[in-house]
Design a protein around this ligand. Structure first.
Ligand code: C5P
Length: 227
């Protein structure tokens, strides 16, 4: 095992608005690990495509956009091309564009290295769709979370309203359903649980309960690696 692959990684995969971000942040804080929100990379490519008028069907142009991304992260703030895009990246239409560009193999390959570079000591919690299957297949602890589509639409609605962004529950329900189908149905790195992942259905669970279950699991998996 080389020194890079000995850095522990916890992966959290699951569909849109299943609670991945909340769980990932809670686990990273509890374990003292770094945090990778891999969806941000696909959102940045989606945002750049919309902003610069690149077609979401043009794989070659989108792959160039992905390869040339030079984001700067400053706490919660994301800078791209000298602009603070943190809030824009959260918009529903950017999420939809992200899921469209994410289906292109070229885009995914261009983003792989940047995601793997987030693996730093003392460890990493990575959330997305293919963290446990493709990006960090050797992760010591893999979690797959899901929740009913109506519950997820309600959660995303609340998040968007809290951020002062526009939101409509029936549009959200439709968009999340379409995004699930695209993310799970694509040929490259489709959304699915990694073999051996702990699966948690969060529909009827509150965030502290999910965190407690996940943390107990991760600690049991991390202990032998650390000891
Ligand atoms: O997680 P988030 O909703 O921010 O991700 C936006 C979109 O980016 C997802 O719908 C998915 O299509 C894509 N994505 C992906 N692989 C990841 C993370 C996100 O394909 N690891």
């Amino acid at each position: 095992m080389n020194s890079f692959s000995s850095i522990p990684v916890v992966t959290i995969d699951g569909p849109a608005a299943s609670g991945k971000g909340t769980l990932a942040a809670g686990l990273a804080a509890a374990l003292g690990f770094h945090l990778l929100d891999s969806g941000l990379f696909y959102r940045m490519v989606g945002w750049k495509a919309l902003d610069s008028g690149v077609s979401l069907n043009d794989e070659a142009a989108l792959t160039r956009l992905a390869a040339e991304l030079r984001p700067r992260f400053d706490g919660e703030t994301v800078w791209l091309d000298g602009r603070d895009v943190s809030l824009a990246l959260r918009r529903q239409e950017v999420g939809t564009a992200a899921s469209t560009v994410a289906a292109w193999a070229g885009v995914r390959a261009a983003l792989l290295h940047a995601q793997r570079m987030a693996r730093r000591l003392p460890g990493l919690v990575a959330d997305g769709r293919d963290m446990g299957t493709v990006v960090f297949p050797d992760a010591v602890c893999k979690i797959f979370i899901m929740a009913g589509v109506e519950e997820r639409a309600q959660r995303r609605h609340k998040q968007l309203i809290e951020k002062g962004l526009p939101s409509n529950i029936s549009t959200l329900l439709q968009e999340i359903g379409e995004r699930d189908a695209r993310d799970a149905g694509r040929d490259v790195a489709p959304l699915k649980a990694a073999p051996g992942a702990l699966e948690i259905d969060t529909t009827k669970l509150d965030a502290p309960t999910v965190l407690a279950q996940a943390l107990a699991y991760c600690r049991s998996r991390l202990a032998p690696a650390n000891g």
